[in-house]
Design a protein around this ligand. Structure first.
Ligand code: NAD
Ligand code: USQ
Length: 384
């Protein structure tokens, strides 16, 4: 099967492209390499020395004998997108190619607008291209658990059945996202749902939780295949950041009380979830939603786990509670369902001491590359 991975130079996309290639899928990558440019503009680098995309793909070919087609361009440019699709003729499109940082989207008006234009227009272009030329293609779109926010009731997978004034319906689950980035994902979900309804397209929205870890079977094969691992206050995410902070002896940065609870998953499960979605496509006209995480943790739970794993390795680690730069609940109910991917056969890699050890050791290996000035959060959600 031919699968086009949009955003295939990024953290989740690179790991997924290699995984699918290794599993026998014919893989193409679309990416405009804008993420590397955003890093450069912010003055940050990933912890790991990632190689240029052409070199990565060549190395993969040398090692595996498998080719990956590359299309460098911006999916908000429809002419570029449709040409790439016509050339590659995908049977499934996996769409990771968005601006994915909540803090980045909250820097100022310009970054909020850029995030929403990039994400919403890119996805809308894909939907139109599918409608025009590839109506049977399956869109596997990366959404986020953050679309739901933190409601005081259980979170279902995309839809909830409600009885109201004696009548009953199954409706899209209410959305209460917490940043202009997370809002862009809600706008995408609405557009995809509508396109499935009016044009009979097939799509799966993977509402993914926070991803952690860096090694997958394929990216660990060779130094030139190494994946990015962000630690900075804009693109770094909770558990990855804590491990890197512990490795360099920086106090762990828990925002506020630390009771913020989210869904998390190992990057080895990200690649597998995407494969399961592709192998079991949605029906024509169906907008399917899977909650893609394996475990729920509060930020404080994670900090405590990282601290004890680090201490066991002889590292000296403190936990700091910083003033929360975000506007979010710091103590709340959170219970989200995640059975649909398990039903398709996902066998989770749960967070273990050995994963924490391996991530800490990985961070120690590259710790000389860390710029301490990039660790504390600088973007505030508040008015001033
Ligand atoms: P990333 O920034 O590492 O990768 C995104 C890639 O998309 C980059 O290589 C970038 O250059 C490319 N891209 C962005 N806009 C593009 C455009 N207009 N045209 C072509 N390419 C474009 O991000 P990631 O962490 O790999 O996340 C991938 C997807 O998964 C995102 O949609 C994100 O919202 C979602 N997600 C990520 C996480 C996480 O913890 N990393 C969790 C949940 C959901
Ligand atoms: N947090 C801390 N300390 C830190 C970093 C984060 O306490 O040093 C807290 C945040 O305040 C938040 C939680 O940890 O409550 C998660 O923050 P995060 O930066 O790890 O993740 P988030 O901003 O939600 O975004 C990440 C990805 C995004 C994806 C999302 C999945 O960047 O692309 O959509 O995770 S989810 O969180 O389920 O919406």
């Amino acid at each position: 099967m031919k699968v086009l991975v949009i955003g295939g130079d990024g953290y989740c996309g690179w790991a997924t492209a290699l995984h699918l290639s290794n599993r026998g899928y014919e893989v193409g990558i679309v990416d405009n390499l804008i993420r590397r440019h955003w890093d450069a503009k912010l003055g940050v680098e990933t912890l790991t020395p990632i190689t240029p995309i052409h070199q990565r793909i060549d190395r993969w070919h040398d090692l595996s004998g498998k080719s990956i087609d590359l299309f460098v361009g911006d999916i908000t440019n429809y002419d570029f997108l449709i040409k790439a699709l016509r050339q590659f003729e995908p049977e499934a499109i996996v769409h990771f190619g968005e601006q994915r940082s909540a803090p980045y989207s909250m820097i100022d008006r310009e970054h909020a607008v850029m995030t929403q234009v990039n994400n919403v227009v890119g996805t809308l272009n894909i939907l139109y291209a599918m409608k025009e030329d590839f109506p049977d293609c399956h869109l596997v779109k990366l959404g986020t658990m953050g679309e739901y926010g933190t409601p005081n009731i259980d979170i279902e997978e995309g839809y909830i059945t409600i009885e109201h004034n004696g009548r009953k319906d199954t409706l899209p689950y209410p959305k209460q996202p917490g940043s202009f980035y997370h809002l862009s994902k809600v706008h995408d979900s609405h557009n995809i749902h509508f396109a499935c309804k009016i044009w009979g397209l097939r799509a799966t929205d993977l509402n993914q939780g926070v991803v952690y870890g860096v090694l997958t079977e394929e990216t660990g094969m060779d130094e030139l295949l190494i994946n990015r691992l962000d630690y900075d206050g804009v693109f770094g995410t909770a558990l990855n950041r804590f491990c890197i902070q512990a490795a360099i002896g920086h106090p762990l940065t828990v925002y506020g009380k630390g009771g913020q609870t989210r869904g998390f998953l190992d990057i080895r499960d990200t690649v597998r979830c995407v494969e399961l979605a592709i192998a079991n496509p949605a029906d024509a006209g169906q907008f399917r939603v899977f909650n893609q995480f394996t475990e729920l943790f509060s930020v404080q739970d994670l900090a405590v786990k990282v601290k004890s794993a680090a201490i066991a390795m002889g590292l000296n680690v403190e936990i700091n509670h910083l003033d929360n730069p975000r506007v979010e609940l710091e103590q709340h109910y959170f219970n989200a369902k995640n059975t649909k991917l398990l039903d398709l056969g996902l066998q989770p890699h749960y967070l273990s001491d050995s994963l924490l050890d391996s991530l800490l050791n990985f961070a120690i290996k590259y710790k000389e590359r860390v710029d301490q000035k990039q660790i504390l959060p600088k973007v505030s959600w508040r008015r001033n």
